[in-house]
Design a protein around this ligand. Sequence first.
Ligand SMILES: *[C@@H]1O[C@H](CO)[C@@H](O)[C@H](O)[C@H]1NC(C)=O
Ligand SMILES: *[C@@H]1O[C@H](CO)[C@@H](O)[C@H](O)[C@H]1NC(C)=O
Ligand SMILES: *[C@@H]1O[C@H](CO)[C@@H](O)[C@H](O)[C@H]1NC(C)=O
Ligand SMILES: *[C@@H]1O[C@H](CO)[C@@H](O)[C@H](O)[C@H]1NC(C)=O
Ligand SMILES: *[C@@H]1O[C@H](CO)[C@@H](O)[C@H](O)[C@H]1NC(C)=O
Ligand SMILES: *[C@@H]1O[C@H](CO)[C@@H](O)[C@H](O)[C@H]1NC(C)=O
Length: 467
Amino acid sequence: MVDFNIPIKGRKGFYVRMKFSHSNHKHGRNKEIINNHNFKRNSIIFYRAIKWFVWLFISFYLFISFPPLRNHYSPSPSLSSSSPLSSSSSSSLAKPRALAETQDTGSSFADADDVKIYVYELPAKYNQYWVQNNERCTKHLFASEVAIHRALLESNVRTFDPNQADFFFVPVYVSCNFSTINGFPAIGHARSLISSAVTHVSSAFPFWNRSRGADHIFVASHDFGACFHTMENVAIEDGIMKELRGSIILQTFGVKYKHPCQAAESVVVPPYIPPGSVRATAERWPLDGRRDIFAFFRGKMEVNPKNVSGRFYSKAVRTHIWRNFNNNRRFYLKRHRYAGYQSEIARSVFCLCPLGWAPWSPRLVESVALGCVPVIIADGIKLPFEDVVPWANISLTVAERDVAKLGSILDHVSRTNLTAIQRNLWDPNVSRALLFNDRIEKGDATWQVLRTLSTKMAHHRTRVSDQ
Ligand SMILES: *[C@@H]1O[C@H](CO)[C@@H](O)[C@H](O)[C@H]1NC(C)=O
Ligand SMILES: *[C@@H]1O[C@H](CO)[C@@H](O)[C@H](O)[C@H]1NC(C)=O
Ligand SMILES: *[C@@H]1O[C@H](CO)[C@@H](O)[C@H](O)[C@H]1NC(C)=O
Ligand SMILES: *[C@@H]1O[C@H](CO)[C@@H](O)[C@H](O)[C@H]1NC(C)=O
Ligand SMILES: *[C@@H]1O[C@H](CO)[C@@H](O)[C@H](O)[C@H]1NC(C)=O
Ligand SMILES: *[C@@H]1O[C@H](CO)[C@@H](O)[C@H](O)[C@H]1NC(C)=O
């Protein structure tokens, strides 16, 4: 079995866990500075006092230790502004585990195996049917919906007893209906398929109604998450599907500002790249090998972008890249598909990762995995696992409006701190965090999802009890 206990980075962790309703605690760890057995003998007033004290202590600790990091973690404004007492008074044995526990990890790394997840077994039409229909379902850029499901099925965080579960995973594959015309996933049926799954789960089991879905997890690995549309304006208009607004959504979409498509609780996950493919490429092209391409991009890049319902693909950023650098021989820009593109990434120093319809792109993961410095051109993008992947130290960010200056920016970096960036980027822990394996490996993408979920438990409890 996989050992989840070691934090991914060397930073010293801070960890507090309190249990109120479950005496069958898995294992005493000395990291648990408060042992639940002490609590049980004492009166409710005593634990409220302790809880207050711990909350104050955590707040103070976070305040003095990690001011710039606070926003990434569960003690969000909504949590710190609501009284922990009011939530503890509503906790009871009937509450789902995720909602009845308090856990705060500050900026430390929680144990991913502290989480227990019940994986619903749904009729094949919601998932297996699509894989049997087309094996591509498991490999394309949205395939984290399949990868996370498979990894959970085999993992030691899976529980077969829903009463023990902190979270409930609802496995619906919505990205596997490939268009016969262009090969892209047709997601027109996403809403009805998920809605039907929610109806199934909420009528066949009591757990959805108990929390109004708050401890239920879905994957929405689309352009704009659970808004299920490729065009941002339509996605925004449609909003997150009603049934999922109270649930937890694992999504590739993320921005640092308020956006209707991240109005539900969400975890930003990396786009799916089959780990075997990048590993095979990396074997042939070692990270520190010769990189004869200075700046690389291959992908859709309209020379004269079309105005589709008032919007230009990539906000015309890709077009500007093309117009400015197509004749610059240090820029290797290609507009057509090529199966061997991963070796081009492996041969490049800088890999451009401009927005498409959505800010994120699979290039982010491929560049990192193949050691090419990602040049992120997508204003406001929220990247996956920002608390463990040191994005600022392994990539460059260029504002959309500065695309014309790319040449001088990249020159400057290659003369100054390129070596430092590459050293950070080539840390194997970084690419590990962005790849989904069939079986969870410590530090991989599914593991990071579990770790993030474990930090969310306290947040959830407060959110639900405030309703
Ligand atoms: C990578 O992660 C392991 C634990 O998973 C840790 O021991 C090691 O120090 C990390 N390496 C770096 C360079 O951070
Ligand atoms: C799959 O997509 C096609 C359009 O490409 C659509 O006509 C069909 O209804 C979809 N299938 C399902 C089951 O939603
Ligand atoms: C949950 O609530 C829905 C709608 O109120 C209801 O139809 C369903 O039967 C309930 N489920 C259970 C298991 O009671
Ligand atoms: C794009 O098209 C919309 C109408 O669909 C129009 O209102 C808008 O002005 C156009 N934008 C540009 C920059 O041409
Ligand atoms: C980034 O690098 C700087 C300087 O080397 C270092 O102080 C900082 O801790 C690094 N940040 C992360 C998130 O690793
Ligand atoms: C490298 O230099 C660029 C340009 O000066 C700067 O924006 C970036 O933060 C630096 N990165 C690191 C990891 O030092």
